[in-house]
Design a protein around this ligand. Structure first.
Ligand code: SAH
Ligand code: SF4
Length: 354
């Protein structure tokens, strides 16, 4: 007889964990203790933990090799530190052998973890190493949560007492292509009894999956939204971001307007500056016109080098002029601090050694 497939105990959120216990005849009042051990303490071996007897019996019966549930424990294949010591990139191997990358970044007084949401990515942006490698599969919620737990463990070793406060979904993959798993993972990660990264300190970055942007608004998801724009006309954008053919610029901007109206939240727009492609003063002026009426913050990212793309970053003067036009039009506009370029941990450089 086939064994039923093992499930990850890090996949469900707190409500899901309660349901699991109830289905197995255990009082759901024990869910919080188990949740705290998994998410707040980040315990990787439940046999060392003292639990009330009914929960202890359930854990002994249900968790471990050959049993119904396993604990998510991606294997650290490699850790690379940037020369300035502020960025660490982790190459993690999942149970099926797939590898993903997670990045821990230190800024003055705060730490941010950048996690992957898919192995590979189906969106094919021409300047992105993940896109150049193609799509492999969605990550499960537990695989997303485990990246944060790993980064937090490392942070507690290198800076005891420091809390991991910020999370960006800007690693490998398109978060809104893996909507259900990402939302479940964020519900777990932001739970005050668990990892407890506040929703206002979580940013979802999307290439512009229009229906999913509207869904975020309709479901009142409390996270920040960043939209990767990169082009001010359909043609300019589609040359860099092929999925613009599926969700054209006009409908994307319309969805952003709608999102702003429903949520009242500011939207962050990411713009990778590429010499001669999207960095002219005309483009900046057109962009300001496009975003008129939207509460927008524009984040400029100098292009990072990747093997599969020959474009180069804009020179400093051109970038600054671009920024000034947007500022003069009344938009907050900043350059993203560059991090981890020497260890290929910068934006768009993640490819997990594939
Ligand atoms: N899939 C999501 C999130 C991951 S990419 C998205 O596309 O938004 C995070 C950011 O890095 C995106 O804004 C993306 O456009 C940008 N990026 C990708 N490749 C880059 C590169 N080579 N240089 C600079 N930024 C890049
Ligand atoms: Fe995917 Fe984002 Fe890279 Fe585009 S930029 S290929 S959406 S990870």
């Amino acid at each position: 007889m086939n064994q039923p497939e093992q499930k990850s105990l890090h996949d469900p959120d707190l409500a899901g964990l309660r349901e699991i216990l109830v289905a197995d005849g255990v009082n759901p009042c024990h869910a919080r203790a188990l949740w705290g051990a998994l998410h707040r303490e980040g315990i990787s071996d439940l046999s060392l933990k003292s639990f009330a007897p009914p929960l202890r019996r359930w854990v002994d019966r249900s968790v471990g090799e050959g049993k119904a549930y396993f604990l998510e424990a991606p294997e650290l294949v490699e850790e690379i530190r940037s020369d300035d010591g502020l960025t660490r990139k982790f190459l993690l191997r999942l149970r099926d052998g797939q590898t993903i990358e997670t990045v821990l970044m230190g800024y003055a007084g705060r730490h941010t973890v950048c996690v992957s949401t898919q192995a590979g990515c189906a969106m094919g942006c021409v300047f992105c190493a993940t896109g150049q490698g193609g799509y492999v599969r969605h990550l499960r919620p537990g695989e997303i949560v485990a990246q944060v737990l790993h980064a937090r463990r490392v942070l507690s070793e290198i800076a005891p007492g420091r809390r991991l406060r910020n999370l960006v979904l800007m690693g490998m993959g398109e978060p809104l292509h893996n909507y259900e798993s990402v939302m479940l993972a964020l519900s777990s990660i932001s739970d005050p009894g668990g990892i407890s990264i506040g929703p206002s300190r979580i940013a979802i970055s999307t290439v512009g999956v229009v229906p999913a942007i509207l869904r975020l608004a309709e479901e009142s998801r409390p996270y920040n939204l960043a939209v990767s724009l990169h082009g001010s006309t359909q043609e300019e954008r589609a040359a860099l971001v092929p999925v613009a053919k599926r969700w054209p610029l006009e409908s994307l901007i319309e969805a952003c307007r709608e999102y702003g109206k429903i949520t009242g939240k500011r939207i962050f727009f990411e713009w990778t500056l590429i010499a001669g492609k999207n960095d002219s003063p005309e483009t900046a002026t057109r962009l300001a016109g496009l975003l008129e009426g939207i509460d927008a913050h524009i984040n400029l990212i100098p292009l990072n080098p990747t093997g599969g793309y020959s474009g180069v970053e804009s020179d400093g003067g051109t970038g600054e002029q671009f920024q000034e036009i947007l500022l003069a039009a009344g938009f907050p506009c900043t350059f993203r601090q560059r991090r981890g370029i020497d260890v290929a941990a910068g934006c768009g450089m993640l490819k997990a050694g594939r």
